[in-house]
Design a protein around this ligand. Structure first.
Ligand SMILES: [Zn+2]
Length: 460
């Protein structure tokens, strides 16, 4: 049976993960992510998928990040009617993520139309909250470690990837060929997440993400870095803005803030968690207690919950969020999105960037072309709501909070292979990360390739 693999996304870039496996008559899409960052990439979300979605039999999603699952409502709109397999925890998190993503897109389209700064008349959302919710009906949660038959000679097994709650790497058997899709991989020594499971025996092909392929995490303790940056700003009465995805990373940020405040290494300033999803995330951590390192008895305790600082306040409604515009420091605001490409954090940046006593603390990967990346690279102004906003606030990045493994972690995971795969495909990385991973694969004597967008490979 002929088996082909086509790279419909995350090829020479870190977003838009989509890998199509065609095995005889069975077509399976692994991940269904949005492109983010540079405009030519984002435009791909708007053009029809290069393959007719109605011909795809099933989708497998590795985890609840938009660059891996955020395209699902678009796929459905273009005629995909099949099941979407993912882990049980991922299904919960995607259940929060997709409607929220649609909601945010509707909100920004409305805002663009009101202010009249969009080049498109009228500005449209990529999909609506309703379409985000509709797409959830196709989710088929499956347990880790159990083979699921997709029909047509294709089966899959999900294994824990240690990246975020529910994250999985996919072991696929397609007509006797064994392919592993890493999704995003976590690190080996983390406070919240457990390490990734080893590679299954005798994988023929491995696709490995390379986001941090070229980097070693700063092993200076995260809390030391946070204290150094945040403490002076709070003492001076400033406001710290932390752009962060509502899921996973904000949990980690809150964990560290709680510890720092408990030890009085940071002043007791209010922390506003400005996200409609924030509380649900804590509940989900409670429910999936076996999949992380946090103690369930503490999680359930209002006072001792390790991921809820005493000064934390949840901001759910848009009105409450808007009221934060009048907030006087010292305070910390945590709001999505992590790369400041959308979400409530954009409003906060618009309001707080011009003041030099404030701090923007970047805690995750910032893809090329995002506002977060511009800030990280020291831009003097950034474009927000059609205006040039002057960056007088301080900008700093914390290393070691990423949910991704670094180069050492990625190599450590590759080394768990029982033998070199026939080929290792380097995906989900920018130039530097991909080049570094190519060198590492070479050192391991793993035959490897870095596929281009839309490239096809025959698997034997
Ligand atoms: Zn991810």
């Amino acid at each position: 049976m002929s088996v082909t693999l086509q790279f419909l996304g995350a090829a020479r870039t870190v977003t838009g993960s989509k890998f199509l496996v065609t095995c005889g008559g069975q077509r399976t899409l692994v991940d269904c992510g949005l492109f983010q960052g540079m405009k030519p990439l984002r435009l791909r979300n708007w053009s029809p998928l290069p393959v007719d979605p109605a011909t795809i039999n099933a989708v497998v999603v590795t985890h609840a990040h938009l660059d891996h699952c955020g395209y699902l409502p678009r796929l459905a709109r273009q005629g995909f009617r099949g099941p979407v397999y993912c882990s049980v925890a991922s299904a919960e998190l995607i259940g929060l993520l997709l409607p929220d993503s649609g909601h945010l897109q509707e909100e920004s389209a409305r805002f663009a139309n009101k202010k009249g700064f969009s080049k498109h008349q009228p500005a449209l959302p990529l999909y609506t909250e309703e379409e985000g919710r509709e797409a959830l009906k196709q989710l088929r949660p499956i347990d880790y470690g159990r083979a699921t038959d997709l029909g047509g000679g294709v089966s899959i097994v999900l294994h824990p990837a240690g990246h975020i709650l529910g994250s999985a790497f996919v072991e696929m058997n397609a007509g006797g060929v064994r392919v592993v899709f890493s999704g995003d991989l976590g690190a080996y020594d983390r406070v919240v997440m457990q390490p990734p499971a080893p590679l299954p025996q005798d994988a023929d092909y491995v696709l490995i993400e390379s986001t941090y392929g070229g980097r070693r995490q700063d092993h200076r303790p995260v809390q030391e870095q946070m204290r150094e940056r945040i403490a002076p700003v709070l003492r001076a009465g400033g406001i710290v803005i932390i752009p962060s995805f509502a899921i996973g990373r904000s949990t980690l940020v809150l964990y560290h803030l709680r510890q720092l405040m408990e030890r009085a290494e940071l002043p007791q300033a209010p922390i506003y968690i400005d996200s409609p999803m924030a509380t649900d995330a804590v509940e989900i951590y409670c429910r999936f207690a076996g999949e992380h390192n946090l103690r369930p008895d503490l999680l359930r305790d209002a006072h001792l919950c390790p991921i809820r600082p005493q000064t934390a306040r949840l901001v759910r409604s848009v009105e409450e969020s808007k009221r934060l515009n009048d907030l006087k420091g010292p305070a910390i605001i945590v709001a999505a999105s992590g790369m400041a490409t959308g979400g409530r954090v954009v409003h906060h940046l618009h309001r707080r960037l011009p003041c030099r006593e404030n701090l923007v603390l970047l805690v995750g990967y910032q893809a090329i072309g995002t506002r977060g990346r511009s800030l990280l690279e020291g831009a003097e102004k950034v474009r927000i709501f059609g205006e040039d906003v002057k960056v007088n606030a301080q900008v700093a990045a914390i290393n070691g909070l990423s949910a991704h493994g670094d180069t050492d972690d990625l190599v450590r995971w590759l080394r768990t292979a029982s033998r070199p795969p026939q080929r290792t495909f380097l995906v989900h990385g920018e130039e530097e990360g991909l080049a570094a991973m190519a060198r590492k694969a070479g050192e391991l004597r793993f035959p490897h390739a870095t596929p281009d967008y839309l490239a096809e490979a025959t698997l034997t």
